[in-house]
Design a protein around this ligand. Structure first.
Ligand code: ADP
Length: 779
């Protein structure tokens, strides 16, 4: 939110309900439209192809049908002509016979013709000419005078170049009755073999109409019979114009004439009649006769099945298109709804983020505001404890300081937890050494043991790379918490902090961290809740041990942020083990200097300590032996042992006596006492202290042990001076402190001066810079 309390997203120009057609929504929509359009185009293309293909098939079959009908008509006419021919031949024979016998009698010929005509009633007339073409007789009439047929094409053909079979004429107008006819002619040979004229039968045009009308071609089908000049002899079926073409009409197209001129036997042609209608026509020429049969069919008939297919395909396409549009609309609406939801979500997220930021700022302020006075309170206690107090006053101040420390711990816990919850906690990635981390941890946890009889040990895998990369501060925080709990819930016993190398691949190592104790343990049902915030194993815990129930929750979240999982196993009365593994980048391996070789005697009442100390000795290449009591050690110690590590854990009164004895047995052997801080305090005032060449507070790392041994041996070899007293640690230093809180200024000033430093105090960074520039002797 800004200073006026407006939420940034509310002033978004799109408003909370605005749909942003960008990003995913737009991509999905475009993809959707593309898919639907693509699918429709594909379907449409496929439909057109299949419709085209099927139309071709329909047309092909219409062509075949028309051509078959034309062929059938041709065959039919041909056989009719042959029948007529038989009659003509018979008649010609009769005429010839009568001539030969010189008894030619028109009446008997007529009778003969009447008889044969009965067998073939289609024949209209039969007539006979002489060799000059003069008509000798026509059946049914005496009127033959002056009728000559010598100029007829068929006559000339019969006279000059008679074909082997009969001659069929084109359409003619009969000279004897004016009717349109087709003449079927045969030459007549006389007894001497000379041309004696022709015998002719005519067929009326309506005869042919009968022949062609027996074929079914549908409502638009049409059959015509024309002569090669195009004159119509007969037609049947569909009529193109309002008037029917008369017999003898020549309503033919150029294509027809071209066909006749080409001399081809058959041809198929398509003619368009308007947008939808088309005709398929087959032309077939008779083999001998000057006649052409035309059979044509119309789209309405031959594309009937195809029309249905076209309609169903179009319906399918249309259906799919509508479905696509519907699907598109539904999906678009869905995408739109998602976008709207997303935009609402963005607004909500922005609001949450801004409130989170406010929370973060509040937390940062709270951290500072709470910790500053607490630091002052604790500092003042520290200063107060440094003054002359009566025993009672010292007791009150110590208790007050301890209460203030607990309060600070609780505050820290709550602030850390809130910070993690708000997502404000960020991890560092810096190089660090495990050795330094464990040393710092040692200082912190050893001091919290109090006067408990606890064996506090580090077991560190010697193969762990010296340099690691990660967040040492947060890792230490987790370990402090786990060790703190272990100490809190272990009245007496052992606590082992173990770090092992699980694996190492190239530049990273997987380390396993564990903290085990032999304390109270946790019941199985409580194990389930220990990682929940503000939960403690049982209600009496906070009364008995304090705490907030946040430590494990914070630790678990931190471990998770570092890429691991915090786990626990525990047996009530036996102890608990908390562990986690982390994969950390590692720095280059460093060769460790092993120092001088040692022959070591390890003395400890704790089995775990004997094992761990043995491992440390072995890792440094030391020869070693282990014993459980000091008295045994004192009995068998020989001068060749260079070092005795004496663990003061669970020392008995006899042990305390034996330590001095141990020293006297072999004065050249370095005696290193391993103890906890409370024991160190006790030893300050005891003679036993002098028996040891050096003391080392537990827990310690292998590095700390090696250092302590070296220090002690240097001292043993040099002039004996006993253990040195701690000097003022900051003597000779000039320090500048920048602190705004006056109480804390005082605390810092007095604590630092007590350590021998010369201190100047300013209240902020600007003043600090000024101060640094002003002074002659640098800080
Ligand atoms: P607290 O501040 O109470 O220690 P934690 O989250 O650190 O909160 O621990 C939660 C509870 O888990 C503790 O109150 C205790 O009951 C149980 N617990 C944690 N560590 C141990 C342990 N090492 N031994 C026994 N109980 C433990």
């Amino acid at each position: 939110m800004d200073e006026l309390g407006n939420h940034p997203s509310i002033s978004d120009p799109l408003g909370p309900r605005g749909v942003r057609w960008g990003g995913t929504g737009r991509r999905i929509t475009l993809a959707l439209i593309a898919v639907l359009v693509g699918a429709n185009v594909a379907l449409f293309w496929f439909s057109i192809q299949s419709i085209k293909l099927s139309k071709d098939q329909y047309e092909l079959s219409a062509e075949t049908h028309a051509s078959n009908i034309a062929e059938a008509i041709k065959e039919n006419l041909h056989s009719e002509f042959e029948k007529v021919d038989l009659i003509l031949q018979g008649t010609a024979e009769e005429v010839r016979r009568q001539y030969m016998g010189a008894r030619f009698d028109q009446r008997s010929i007529e009778t003969f013709i009447d008889q044969v005509r009965r067998a073939m009633p289609q024949i209209n007339h039969m007539l006979l000419t002489d060799a000059q073409g003069n008509v000798l007789f026509i059946n049914g009439t005496q009127e033959t005078h002056g009728i000559t047929l010598s100029d007829r094409e068929y006559f000339t053909a019969a006279q000059t170049n008679p074909p082997p079979g009969l001659i069929v004429s084109k359409l003619l107008v009969a000279r004897y009755d004016g009717a349109p006819i087709t003449a079927i002619v045969r030459p007549v040979k006389l007894g001497n073999g000379q041309f004696g004229g022709v015998i002719l039968a005519d067929l009326k045009a309506n005869y042919f109409a009968d022949v062609i009308s027996s074929y079914n071609l549908g409502s638009e089908g049409m059959i015509t019979l024309r002569d090669t000049d195009g004159a119509l002899i007969a037609r049947y079926g569909f009529q193109m114009g309002p008037e029917p073409e008369p017999v003898g009409g020549k309503w033919v197209t150029d294509k027809y004439l071209e066909f006749v001129a080409s001399g081809k036997k058959s041809a198929t042609m398509r003619t368009n009649q308007g947008f939808w209608t088309q005709r398929i026509s087959t032309l077939r020429r008779m083999d001998q006769e000057p006649l052409v049969i035309s059979v044509s069919v119309g789209t309405k008939d031959y594309l009937k099945g195809w029309d249905d297919q076209l309609i169903s395909t179009a319906a399918l396409d249309l259906g799919f298109l509508l479905l696509s549009i519907f699907t598109g609309i539904v999906l678009l609406r869905a995408v739109q709804r998602v976008e709207t939801e997303k935009s609402k979500f963005r607004v909500a997220r922005d609001m949450a983020e801004s409130s989170n930021q406010a929370k973060g700022r509040f937390l940062a302020n709270m951290s500072h505001e709470l910790r500053t006075p607490m630091t002052a309170v604790l500092g003042m206690h520290e200063l107060l404890l440094g003054t002359n107090l009566t025993a009672q006053q010292r007791d009150y101040v110590s208790k007050s300081k301890s209460a203030a420390s607990s309060l600070l711990a609780i505050l820290n816990g709550i602030l850390d937890f809130s910070k993690i919850e708000a997502g404000k906690l960020e991890l560092e990635t810096v190089p660090f050494t495990l050795e330094a981390l464990l040393q710092e941890l040692s200082v912190i946890i050893s001091s919290s043991i109090g006067d408990k009889e606890i064996e506090l040990l580090y077991s560190v895998d010697p193969d762990i790379p010296a340099e690691l990369v990660g967040d040492p501060l947060r890792l230490k925080q987790v370990l402090i918490n786990l060790c703190g709990n272990a100490i809190k819930f272990t009245p007496a016993g052992e606590i082992v902090v173990a770090v092992d190398l699980v694996s190492r691949v190239n530049s990273s190592a997987v380390l396993s961290f564990s903290v085990s104790d032999t304390g109270l343990g946790i019941t199985p049902e409580n194990l389930e809740v220990v990682f929940q915030a503000f939960s403690q194993a049982d209600v009496s815990t906070s009364r008995r041990f304090g705490g907030t129930g946040l430590g494990l929750t914070i630790s678990q979240r931190l471990v998770k942020m570092m890429g691991g999982t915090l786990s626990v196993e525990s047996q009530p009365g036996q102890g608990s083990r908390f562990w986690f593994s982390l994969s950390l980048p590692v720095g280059p391996m460093r060769e460790e200097t092993l120092g001088r070789p040692q022959k070591v005697l390890i003395v400890s009442r704790s089995q775990a300590a004997r094992r761990i100390l043995g491992e440390m000795a072995a890792a440094r290449g030391w020869e070693f032996d282990v014993l459980d009591t000091v008295s045994k050690a004192a009995d068998c110690l020989k001068p060749e042992w260079t070092l005795v590590l004496v663990d003061l854990f669970a020392s008995t009164a006899d042990d305390w006596k034996a330590y001095t004895k141990l020293c006297s047995v072999s004065p050249s052997t370095t005696l290193l006492g391993l103890l906890n801080p409370r024991q160190e305090e006790t030893l300050q005032t005891s003679d036993t202290r002098m028996a040891f060449d050096a003391l080392l507070v537990k827990p310690f790392t292998p590095g700390m042990l090696a250092c302590a041994v070296e220090e002690a041996q240097k001292r043993t070899e040099g002039p004996a001076s006993g253990l040195p007293l701690p000097p003022q640690r900051l003597t000779g230093l000039r320090l500048l402190v920048a602190e705004d809180n006056p109480f804390n200024q005082q605390v810092a000033l007095e604590l630092l001066e007590a350590e021998g430093a010369r201190v100047a105090v300013v209240s902020d960074g600007t003043e600090a810079i000024q101060k640094v520039q002003e002074v002659k002797v640098p800080f």
